[in-house]
Write a protein that binds this ligand. Structure first.
Ligand SMILES: C[S@@+](CC[C@H](N)C(=O)[O-])C[C@H]1O[C@@H](n2cnc3c(N)ncnc32)[C@H](O)[C@@H]1O
Length: 262
């Protein structure tokens, strides 16, 4: 049995280590560029975690709201100058008024929602005219990505195909919900290579560090780790250590709520 939900309260303490490895500045730049043109009063970051994107965007808006299901993650959002409000709640049911937000972001979080399409329809409800909804995440439905985790833990890939909407699907949901001028752009490429035993030091190979591993059954987890150790051993025996590749794209899909023409 796989565990669908990741307990981010348990992950919170070590979560920001990922940003010491890679700040994902391409994501920050892409969000900032879209916020500028929306002239934002209020931004909302759904699944804001420890506040990586809030800290970039809050200084550019009058009000910034971070919403996350995990109190542990929210408690790690750095204190700011009072512009930010943090809400512990679910992105499946956002407790905000209609037409009260100018820019909604959701980065690496939509795959955790029970009904990801509802984030799009709810987003349209929450947005003021000229506001935008920007969703950023992996798209495992594209064949272009390489991730050794998917090779050694094939169950993880299967689950990701169920959890993540494709960029194309997101685009369709946005069109059906009435958003316009929809853009789909790769905003970040995460590329790393590990040789032989180096892989055992990869931060994302820790079970707490990637939701892909956190949701696996204990059996699938230990089988995958066993495959990796076997590959390392075989490489050592043959004098040709295996190469473990990471080449992942983070895709932004952004749609705009245009004013109704009279
Ligand atoms: C991979 S983290 C991403 C955090 C942040 N957006 C970032 O990019 O650093 C996923 C976040 O989604 C949150 N989350 C999971 N399910 C959620 C839900 N139903 N509603 C709101 N947040 C949720 C988790 O608590 C976690 O903080």
């Amino acid at each position: 049995m796989s565990r669908r939900f990741v307990d981010y309260d348990r992950v919170a303490e070590s979560y920001d280590q990922r940003y010491a490895l890679n700040r994902l500045d391409g994501v920050a730049q892409a969000l900032e560029a879209r916020l500028d043109t929306s002239g934002a009063e209020t931004i909302l970051d759904v699944g804001c975690g420890t506040g990586r994107w809030l800290s970039e965007l809050a200084p550019l808006a009058r009000h910034a709201i971070g919403l996350d299901r995990s109190l542990g993650m929210l408690l790690r959002v750095p204190e700011d100058d009072g512009r930010e409000a943090l809400v512990c709640g679910s992105g499946d049911e956002i407790p905000l008024r209609d037409s009260s937000v100018d820019f909604i972001t959701c980065v690496n979080a939509i795959h955790h929602l029970a009904a990801p399409h509802e984030l799009v329809s709810d987003g349209v409800r929450l947005l003021r005219p000229r506001g935008a909804l920007a969703v950023v995440g992996l798209d495992p439905h594209q064949e272009r990505d390489r991730w050794y985790l998917y090779d050694y833990f094939p169950e993880a890939r299967g689950l990701d195909l169920q959890r993540y909407p494709s960029a194309e699907q997101l685009r369709e949901w946005m069109i059906l919900s009435g958003l316009e001028n929809i853009e789909t752009v790769v905003v970040e490429r995460i590329q790393r290579r590990f040789t032989g035993g180096e892989i055992l030091e990869d931060y994302f190979l820790q079970r707490k560090a990637s939701s892909q591993l956190a949701i696996l059954s204990d059996e699938a987890w230990s089988q995958g780790l066993h495959r990796i150790r076997r590959a390392i051993q075989a490489g050592e025996d043959q004098g040709a250590p295996p190469v473990f590749e990471v080449d992942l794209a983070l895709v932004l899909v952004c749609g705009w709520k245009l004013p109704v023409q009279s």
